[in-house]
Design a protein around this ligand. Structure first.
Ligand code: ADP
Length: 585
């Protein structure tokens, strides 16, 4: 390629670079005529290149451009000025002109052309505004984070504060905000809380009330007026209907959380889930921001301008997302804090329970020593008592009934037999029971036990009624012991009816077990003794040991059951126990 060819090639590249430049660039000759201009300049002036080339451009500027001054480096030091430019059609456009004089003729006195970069300041003003708005919102975010972290709020307060910030005039200025949280089982996203007016009238009232609220967001969040809150009823009714299963990965709310991305929904968009949200909101233009932290998905925020109809801008969306990130951390923190508090309470309770257990253990140890001692004492007393009883009975036999000593000997016999009963029952109570269990049909066990008393009852004029309805249910129990309990109930019942009466023995299936009850038509139980019946040594009988019912309770408890006593409505008492059914029954 020759030098000449090479130069032509460079000139073509330069011309193309200049012509096709989207920046508004114009080269003016020293008479103000247009020597060259870029596509950007054509667009600004609203004309084709051919229409402008060679024309004097000075008077298309207001005030006109003093080209001679522009070319004189001593006259124009700044090379920058503000003008208005007149496009072919429409209003004058405010511009800033950057001017660079240069010379094409190397032999001339000075610059003979100048390059103008004409920038539309309207765009710049908009960008300035945008920047100012960004700064304001960043400062707001700062306030929010101070408020959310500094005020030691509960979880509910944090959630409320989040929604206040989204809707407040000092905040993100959305009309309404809806908060949805992922449930504990991580299965669904559920609407929790919402803020916002339900119609224009309410909106007017709230917004004027809000205007009267304190200036900074922090004070506003803490003094959020109750009357404003009450207008949230309608939106809160809406939010409660919002439920989205997390398995619906296509749903726009789930997708927003999974992709950690805020989404603006415009009326022309049709993504899965959008129509349901539109129905909930009654509005087809809204924004979604996910509440996500490093540990997982917490929920999502839906915000709209349903009342004012105002468009949701890029900036709104950008800040909603930023704000949602802040809120997610605050929500998580608050949850962790609550969890920590709960665990602390659990720990304290466990500590208290452990202390109590230790004391119970100590008490039980002491009781067990006492039990052993009592067993030894009772055992040791038995032999002398047998001897005393034997001699006393011999005396009763040998003494003349009119002899005053005969009566004393009789008293000794009676008292000794009472002591023998006490010692027998006491040893029964203390002796550790070995539970030999087997599956027993309770109705049969009851029948065979009751049969033993039929003769005695007949003799005493006691009518026996058997009402067995456990349906052949089988309980795992030690039949000897259960019989002992039943006998005790029956003997007691017979004892309170010396002149005859009626004994009814019933079995019934109840929740989790079988209930056996022995009812009598005796005098019943004095109200003030009802809670003492099962206590050791409680008796109202002259020769009673007061250990019968205590032993019954011990036996039933060791079977995992419960005992009970009651006064019946028509008179008489009822003593019962419930034995649990095997788990698989
Ligand atoms: P004891 O029979 O040696 O007195 P128990 O422990 O069997 O000991 O009974 C304790 C007390 O419960 C009895 O003294 C009596 O006051 C009361 N009691 C037991 N059964 C009945 C009943 N069927 N009706 C009224 N009171 C009863």
């Amino acid at each position: 390629m020759s030098d000449a060819d090479r130069n032509t090639d460079r000139a073509r590249v330069l011309a193309a670079a200049f012509h096709q430049n989207p920046l508004p660039l114009v080269v003016l000759a020293d008479g103000g005529q247009v020597a060259e201009l870029s596509d950007g300049a054509c667009e600004l002036l609203g004309q084709q290149r051919g229409e402008i080339l060679g024309r004097d451009l000075r008077h298309r500027f207001l005030p006109p451009l003093p080209i001679e001054k522009c070319l004189d480096v001593n006259e124009c030091l700044e090379h920058r000025c503000r003008r208005e430019v007149l496009p072919q059609q429409g209003d004058p456009i405010p511009v800033e002109i950057l001017c660079r004089p240069f010379h094409v003729d190397p032999d001339g006195d000075g610059p003979d052309h100048c390059l103008l970069y004409i920038s539309d300041t309207r765009k710049r003003d908009y960008e300035d505004e945008l920047r100012a708005a960004r700064v304001a919102k960043l400062s707001l975010l700062n306030q929010v984070s101070e408020a959310l972290y500094g005020a030691n709020l509960t979880l509910d307060q944090v959630l409320e504060a989040v929604l206040i910030c989204i809707t407040a005039g000092q905040g993100l200025r959305f009309n309404r905000a809806f908060l949805l949280l992922v449930d504990d089982r991580q299965e669904v996203l559920r609407g929790e809380l919402a803020i916002g007016p339900s119609n224009q009238d309410e909106a007017g009232r709230i917004w004027s009330d809000l205007a009267a609220q304190p200036e900074d967001l922090f004070s506003m969040m803490t003094s959020y007026d109750q009357s404003i809150k009450q207008t949230d009823a309608a939106v809160n009714a809406i939010v409660k209907t919002m439920i989205v299963p997390l398995a619906e990965h296509d749903h726009v709310l789930v997708r927003s959380m999974e992709q950690r991305q805020a989404i603006r929904i415009t009326p022309d968009m049709d993504l899965p889930g959008v129509s349901a949200i539109r129905q909930w909101l009654g509005c087809d233009h809204f924004a979604i921001a996910p509440l996500v932290t490093r540990s997982g998905m917490l929920g999502a925020i839906i915000a709209d301008n349903a009342i004012s109809g105002q468009e949701i801008t890029d900036l709104d969306l950008e800040f909603l997302q930023l704000f949602a990130n802040q809120s997610a951390s605050a929500i998580e923190n608050s949850r962790l804090y609550t969890e920590l508090e709960r665990r602390l309470i659990d720990l304290r309770q466990a500590h208290e329970a452990q202390k109590e257990h230790q004391q119970t253990l100590l008490r039980m140890e002491r009781l067990s020593v006492m039990g052993e001692t009592s067993a030894i004492v009772a055992h040791e007393l038995r032999n002398p008592l047998v001897a005393i009883g034997g001699f006393a009975r011999a005396l009763v036999r040998n003494l003349d009934p009119d002899d005053p000593n005969h009566k004393y000997a009789e008293i000794i016999t009676e008292e000794v037999s009472r002591m023998e009963t006490i010692i027998h029952d006491l040893l029964d109570f203390i002796r550790p029971q070995k539970l030999q269990r087997k599956e027993v049909a309770l109705d049969e066990l009851v029948t065979s036990t009751v049969e033993r008393f039929e003769g005695e009852m007949q003799a005493k004029g006691i009518e026996l009624v058997l009402d067995l309805q456990s349906g052949g249910a089988q309980c795992s129990c030690n039949p000897i012991e259960i019989q002992q309990v039943l006998q005790n109930f029956i003997v007691n019942a017979m004892q309170v009816m010396p002149d005859g009466g009626r004994i009814e023995v019933r079995t019934r299936g109840v929740e989790g077990g079988i209930k056996v009850e022995v009812c009598d038509s005796g005098p019943g139980i004095a109200e003030d003794t009802l809670d003492k019946l099962f206590a050791p040594f409680f008796t109202t009988k002259p020769t009673g040991s007061g250990l019968g019912l205590t032993i019954c309770q011990q036996i039933i408890k060791s079977h995992g059951g419960v005992v009970g006593a009651r006064n019946r409505e028509g008179g008489g008492a009822g003593f019962s126990f419930i034995l649990p059914l095997p788990r698989n029954a």
